[in-house]
Design a protein around this ligand. Structure first.
Ligand code: PMP
Length: 407
């Protein structure tokens, strides 16, 4: 895998920002798109677009084939047992909301437990808070080590016979830590609970095998893995999906309707009310082809190596505090002593370097880390050690700039 060659396939990266070649290090928020993904969406709109499923004309059947073909591609990408286990959603957020609204509210009783970690993104936290409020269930948190790791003995100690749902992020969007979701799933199942995995930060970077993990639900977003915005996936085991109520009612998702009642299609179509995200699915399929050709194992090695390289490089800069363990993937989160992360990000932007600053949709975790915000640099397959060097040099410059300003 050659990141510099890959970079050439991303038109947006070939530009200067504030007089410097762009270094894009905000991939955990959203990745950029290769030419072939952009082309696939344009080609679809120029040649094949119509509404899916109901039409008998040629364009309708081409659009349907493209949409359902994308579903088969996602099923293979995740090693799902069937394409009927793949629900297209707007992204990770809406996928997790489907589970929390439909599955959780049907099974949870007062006093039942939903188990999370302290590092969950708001998307894997607030839906559960709301489900708990609606049902009388309670939230419990697996303790986290000071460096952000989750120990299996702590998982075991947190789960009880009242635990009905365990929902954990596969990779933390703040700490970069990879959680042992397969082992956690086994412990959850031993208690009769279902295992939900937030895969927003893992699907872009590593081979995900939902049958090997043996999770019951897995959610991810297309836009973080070279696909377009507005498309994501909820994987669910078929026997669970088929027992779940839809969350949106209307066209496309029904089997039979009369004036007073209606019945639903089988999964996944019962969860896709209305005209679905057809062009988004086409773009996601093209992104999966691209990533598969590069090789998910290669991407995994690259993302982990670059994150550790950045961790070591930034650790060597006086005044930098890093969050999370060295063993990580995809990103580094840090602060510069005495300088607000927004100011750090602003100075870096003047150097053409795009990073993110804020709470990263993890306000409770920020409080646990004792900060209100952090800076975050996140990598993808087109980033290099050279990009990390530019980041390090710009941070030293920021330190000097603010040092003088403060001094
Ligand atoms: N979970 C994690 C771990 C994330 O990093 C994100 C995106 N920042 C989400 C969930 C939500 O993804 P989306 O905004 O695409 O729905």
């Amino acid at each position: 895998m050659n990141p510099l060659e890959l970079r050439k396939q991303f038109p947006i990266l070939d530009q200067e920002v504030n007089g410097h070649p762009l270094v894009y290090l905000d991939n955990a928020a959203s990745s950029q798109k290769p030419r072939r993904v952009i082309d696939a969406i344009v080609r679809y709109y120029e040649h094949d677009h119509a509404n899916v499923h109901r039409g008998v004309h040629t364009l309708a059947s081409r659009a349907t084939d493209a949409y359902e073909g994308a579903r088969e591609k996602v099923a293979r990408f995740l090693n799902a047992a069937s394409e009927r286990e793949i629900v297209f959603t707007r992204g990770t957020t809406s996928a997790l909301n489907i589970v929390a609204r439909s599955y959780a509210r049907a099974v949870l009783r007062e006093g039942d437990e939903i188990v999370l970690t302290p590092m969950e993104h708001h998307a894997n936290l607030i839906p559960w808070q709301q489900a708990a409020k609606a049902t009388g269930a309670v939230l419990r948190y697996i303790p986290m080590q000071p460096d952000g790791r989750i120990l299996l003995e702590d998982v075991e100690a947190t789960l009880t016979d009242r635990t009905k749902i365990v929902s954990v992020t596969h990779v933390s969007n703040v700490l970069g830590v990879v959680n042992p979701v397969k082992e956690i799933a086994a412990l959850a199942h031993r208690r009769g609970a279902v295992m939900v995995v937030d895969g927003a930060q893992s699907a872009p970077h590593m081979k995900v095998d939902v049958r090997d993990i043996d999770c019951d639900f897995y959610a991810f977003s297309g836009h973080k893995m070279c696909g377009p915005t507005g498309i994501g996936v909820l994987y669910g085991k078929l026997d669970l999906l088929d027992r779940m109520e839809p969350v949106e009612y209307g066209g496309e998702m029904i089997e039979h309707v009369d004036y007073y009642d209606a019945t639903w299609k089988e999964s996944p179509w019962r969860f896709e009310g209305g005209t679905p995200i057809i062009a988004g699915a086409v773009g996601l399929a093209a992104a999966i082809d691209f990533l598969t050709e590069v090789g998910m194992d290669e991407i995994d090695r690259h993302s982990a190596a670059l994150a550790r390289y950045a961790y070591d490089r930034l650790s060597a800069i006086e005044g930098v505090t890093l969050y999370g363990p060295r063993e990580r993937t995809g990103l580094v989160t840090f602060n510069l002593d005495g300088i607000h992360p927004h100011d750090v990000a602003t100075v870096l932007d003047t150097e053409g370097i795009a990073i993110r600053a804020g709470h990263h949709c993890c306000q409770p975790l920020m409080r646990k880390l004792g900060v209100t915000a952090t800076a975050r640099a996140s990598f993808y397959l087109y980033n290099t050690e050279e990009d990390v060097e530019r980041l390090a040099a710009a941070l030293i410059k920021a330190k000097e700039f603010f040092g003088h300003a403060i001094g």
